[in-house]
Design a protein around this ligand. Structure first.
Ligand SMILES: *Cc1c(COP(=O)(O)O)cnc(C)c1O
Length: 353
């Protein structure tokens, strides 16, 4: 049969999201969703939304949502860009800040596995910096790489390791080129670089409602940067989809981000559970990297990562395993509710003993 697909469609290796098997009910600790429900204020915004408005395209300027994000982040609305999940914004970043014939994008060997996919899709060169033996990132080495721009996930995924704001600021100051900071997990670390955007025009901070706001199903993310950077993102967005954030999503996310007290309380519970889970895993013979995110990255002294994943799956608990160099011994385990974490620990005890 004749092949009607483009070379890209035939050849690209896309990102693989965490599995969602339907054969039975699982304790789902494989995609870093928040175990707690979204804010009651978000629910109220959803229930009160005037359905008849859906015949109209969403507001282009997203004044309400951008205003709510700006207020929560301490910036102006023109410093805010919103998208259909932060993955979409990261994709737009690759087209907005890198040229196919440029020096490329520099990032770590062990980081969010979507970055190499975006680079390949947009035909942008990559410069890959191996993390240190202990999976920390040497920012001075990244600064020394002759790329057009750099991208850092902080806290990093899938390691969970966080970089304090002081070090991030030195890094941003030392790089006279675009610095993209992916702060998907910042609600569990609280060292956001957003305040730096006033001082550094080369900085773009990307955040999401998926992890810290319990709204993964809503698909909304945002970027914070100088207005000149934001308008570059808007130009690229308007080449694909002028309305990436639907009306209901705008209303729900605006209400969510205004409910700071609720999310601080819930995310503190996640952080407390993270520490409890880390201690329990250590007691079962796991080495756990020091996590600042809502997941832990753990390796067992005697059992291969794949086997941990498979044995847990057989017991109804899903975690994430990456069959990749350097990290094949590890599993990434989302911090769940107390009950979910207990189920994970019980499943491990059941079998490791
Ligand atoms: C989950 C995640 C995202 C984005 O998720 P969206 O749901 O698309 O907003 C971005 N970066 C990292 C490192 C993530 O883990």
């Amino acid at each position: 049969m004749k092949n009607y697909l483009s070379k890209t469609a035939c050849e690209i290796a896309p990102y693989t999201a965490g599995e969602q098997p339907a054969d039975r009910k699982y304790v789902k600790l494989n995609t870093n969703e928040n175990p707690y429900p979204p804010s009651p204020k978000a629910l109220e915004a959803y229930q009160n939304y005037d359905f008849s408005l859906l015949k109209l395209y969403p507001p282009l300027e997203m004044r309400n949502l951008r205003g709510a994000i700006a207020a929560a982040e301490g910036v102006a609305p023109e410093n805010v860009f919103c998208g259909n999940g932060s993955d979409e914004i990261l994709a737009l970043c690759f087209s907005a800040f890198f040229d196919p014939d440029g020096a490329g994008a520099a990032f770590a060997d062990v980081t969010y596995s979507f970055y190499p996919v975006f680079a390949e899709f947009f035909k942008i060169r990559t410069q890959i910096l191996p993390l240190e033996e202990d999976f920390t990132l040497d920012l001075s080495k990244l600064t020394a790489m002759p790329a057009q721009g750099v991208i850092v996930a902080n806290p990093n995924a899938p390691t969970g390791i966080g970089i304090p704001l002081g070090e991030v600021e030195k890094f941003v100051a030392a790089n006279d080129r675009i610095v993209i900071l992916d702060e998907a997990y910042m609600p569990f670390f609280n060292e956001s670089a957003v305040p730096l955007i006033k001082k550094y025009k080369n900085l773009v901070v990307v955040k999401t409602f998926s992890k810290g706001y319990s709204l993964a199903g809503m698909r909304c993310g945002y970027a914070i940067a100088d207005a000149s950077i934001i308008s570059g993102l808007e130009r690229c967005r308007d080449c694909f989809n002028s309305y990436p954030v639907d009306r209901i999503c705008q209303a729900v996310c605006a209400a969510a981000i205004a409910d700071k007290a609720y999310y601080e309380k819930m995310n503190a519970l996640v952080v407390a559970e993270r520490e409890r889970l880390t201690a329990a895993l250590s007691g079962l013979g796991f080495t756990v990297l020091p996590s600042k995110a809502n997941f832990v990255f753990a390796r067992h002294a005697a059992v291969a990562g794949r086997q941990v994943y498979e044995q847990l799956r057989a017991r109804g608990v899903l975690v994430r395993h990456f069959q990749k160099p350097r990290i094949a011994d590890y599993c990434r385990i989302t911090v769940g509710s107390r009950e979910e974490n207990d189920a994970l620990i019980a499943a491990l005890r059941d079998w490791i003993r």
